[in-house]
Design a protein around this ligand. Structure first.
Ligand code: S3P
Length: 184
């Protein structure tokens, strides 16, 4: 029996990946969905699609608070149409309004992907200009300090996930294998 059949027989609930920007939610989510033959939704891409603008442009147009409202509505819509799928959240999604509570109530399959701060910093520095939360930071040291503080504030939410994956140098496939094992 394939992994997809095993998963779908057990559950019509989504598998939800969360964590800080650059933690690999989208890459791992895409691989996981492919392997389980499930639909994949990346919340940022979904927002861009329904609003016809990129995430940086949504921030420019509506500001961060406006973006969080749009993000919450989209999350609630996706959770209401719950089905067997893989959903990757935005880095800030779990940390606003009652989003994390809604996420936890919708499925027992929530995974926090947590690489080290230096790995995140290394991944994010070259792409920071396209990321509204960190585009103002001018040096790698500033970025590292910002990420450390930001994760300290956010991990209260992230750590409510049912499964915590502390990532070292695993490949996306190795992480997919770890997640599949935890689906039981
Ligand atoms: C954000 C993370 C981004 C995106 C937006 C805000 C954040 O998503 O939603 O730029 O507040 O951490 P990714 O984590 O998918 O890059």
């Amino acid at each position: 029996m394939s992994e997809q059949v095993i998963y779908s027989e057990k559950s019509d609930q989504p598998i939800i990946l969360l964590g800080y920007m650059g933690c690999g939610k989208s890459t791992v989510g895409r691989h996981l969905a492919k392997q389980l033959v499930l639909p994949f939704v990346d919340l940022d891409d979904y927002l861009s699609e329904i609003h016809g603008r990129s995430v940086p442009n949504l921030f420019l147009e509506y500001g961060e608070i406006g973006f969080r409202k749009i993000e919450k509505t989209a999350l609630d819509d996706l959770l209401a149409s719950a089905q067997a799928s893989v959903l990757s959240l935005g880095g800030g999604t779990p940390c606003y309004a009652d989003n994390m509570q809604s996420v936890i109530q919708s499925t027992p399959y929530t995974f926090y992907l947590s690489p080290s701060i230096s790995t995140l910093c290394h991944r994010l520095y070259s792409e920071k200009d396209h990321r509204p939360m960190i585009s103002h930071l001018t040096s790698e040291d500033n970025l590292q300090e910002f990420i450390a503080k930001h994760i300290f504030e956010r991990k209260l939410f992230y750590e409510q996930a049912n499964h915590l994956l502390y990532i070292q140098d695993e490949t996306p496939q190795e992480l997919v294998d770890q997640i599949i094992k935890k689906l039981g």
